[in-house]
Design a protein around this ligand. Structure first.
Ligand SMILES: [Zn+2]
Length: 202
């Protein structure tokens, strides 16, 4: 188990250190498949967007900020990294919290929308997301127990390295094991529920 953990950390470090094929500086994380006979490129986000925008003949504005901080409804400060991707039909913008299994927000808009407008839309989504808590801590005789704050939960399904194929559920920027999540909703025994899968950008 220790070896598996170490290996995955090493892999992550190598990924962070890998330089971009074009600018040699940025953190290369996007593999671009080229035409036959041309070697594939591994690019940072900025170079990928430049290449893509040129290919598509659209204008591309770099974001003025690449990270920001925002407070949630309990006063806790969360740090986010912003990333942008130009696609044939639009632009994808994401804010990923700077910690494992943290908050993640994303939007998608048509080509031609300014970087400032995209950023504003994303910030509004982050603000609205951070202002709401779906799980709260209930004090049961001095022992804190997570319970549903209402009758609805928005979350994210993530891979759990130790889950043997069972995923993690990330709610309010915190990871819950599938069994923990099950325990959490057990107070609603006897009720019906709906499980509906949504896009990142919904
Ligand atoms: Zn680059």
């Amino acid at each position: 188990m220790y070896n598996v953990g170490r290996l995955s950390i090493l892999k992550r470090e190598v990924r962070v250190m890998a330089g971009c094929d074009q600018c040699k500086k940025g953190n290369a994380k996007i593999h671009l498949k080229m035409d036959e006979g041309v070697p594939n490129l591994v690019l940072c986000s900025d170079c990928y967007n430049e290449v893509m925008a040129e290919e598509l003949g659209v204008s591309y504005e770099e974001l003025l900020i690449k990270s920001f901080e925002m407070e949630d409804s309990l006063g806790e400060v969360h740090q986010f990294d912003v990333d942008q991707r130009v696609f044939p039909n639009g632009t994808f913008l994401e804010a990923r919290e700077r910690k494992e299994h943290g908050y993640f927000f994303a939007i998608y808009d048509e080509i031609g929308v300014s970087a400032a407008e995209l950023l504003q839309k994303l910030m509004e989504k982050v603000k609205s997301g951070l202002s709401q808590k779906y799980i709260e801590e209930n004090d049961l005789g001095g022992v804190s127990q997570p319970v549903l704050a209402g009758d609805e939960v928005w979350g994210r399904i993530e891979y759990d390295e130790k889950g043997n194929g069972v995923p993690l559920v990330v709610v309010d920027g915190k990871p819950y094991k599938w069994s923990e999540f099950g325990k959490l909703i057990s107070a609603n025994e006897g009720f019906q529920f709906v499980l509906k899968i949504h896009e990142f950008t919904d």
